[in-house]
Unconditional design. Structure first.
Length: 192
């Protein structure tokens, strides 16, 4: 994350605070790691909002206070990265969260490749004043990148499958030889 976003302060909601602070310290980057409760208390509307360049939210499996968290994050950060937390079903939760942030004026930035952090990660930014054609182009580029990645995974799976099949044939041949050896051994014992 530190390499992807080269400057600015980070806010991380959820995750393992000690591990994350250690990783950011090694990268010599400033980070604040808060729990969900910290977010609502430290960023209440009457206290104002601390400014962060990027906020990363390890969202939970359940839809607990999504609207409040989304509002707080959009008030305090220029960019928001959504990452599934432990047990979160990204296929179900991510569309809900993207819709929630969309209502607040934040949309996916498909040109920001955060899928190397997690395949289900998505970066959200404030709705720019781009023509629709630019959005379509960005989405198509993102889908092309995902399709290339999927094709590479498919090839890897096919290769592993053929290697596994070859290993099974080799094992079957060895078992056959072992049975013949046992048979020869029995015959030798019967001859002696």
């Amino acid at each position: 994350m530190s390499r992807k976003f080269e400057r600015g302060r980070f806010l991380v909601i959820g995750g393992n605070p000690r591990e994350l602070q250690s990783q950011f310290a090694q990268a010599k980057r400033e980070v604040e790691v808060w729990s969900h409760d910290d977010l609502t208390s430290k960023l209440s509307p009457d206290l104002g909002a601390a400014r962060f360049e990027t906020a990363a939210w390890f969202y939970p499996s359940g839809a607990n206070e999504d609207e409040q968290v989304a509002e707080a994050l959009t008030r305090c950060a220029d960019g928001i990265i959504l990452l599934p937390g432990p047990g979160a079903d990204a296929a179900r939760r991510r569309p809900e969260l993207v819709q929630c942030f969309w209502r607040l004026g934040f949309v996916p930035d498909y040109e920001c490749g955060v899928t190397d952090l997690n395949p289900a990660a998505v970066c959200l930014r404030q709705l720019p004043s781009k023509p629709t054609g630019e959005f379509v182009s960005a989405v198509e580029t993102a889908f092309a990148r995902l399709n290339r990645h999927l094709a590479a995974l498919r090839r890897t799976l096919e290769i592993r499958g053929s290697e596994l099949e070859a290993a099974h044939r080799h094992i079957a041949a060895l078992e056959e030889k072992l049975l013949k050896l046992k048979e020869y051994r029995r015959e030798l014992r019967s001859l002696s």
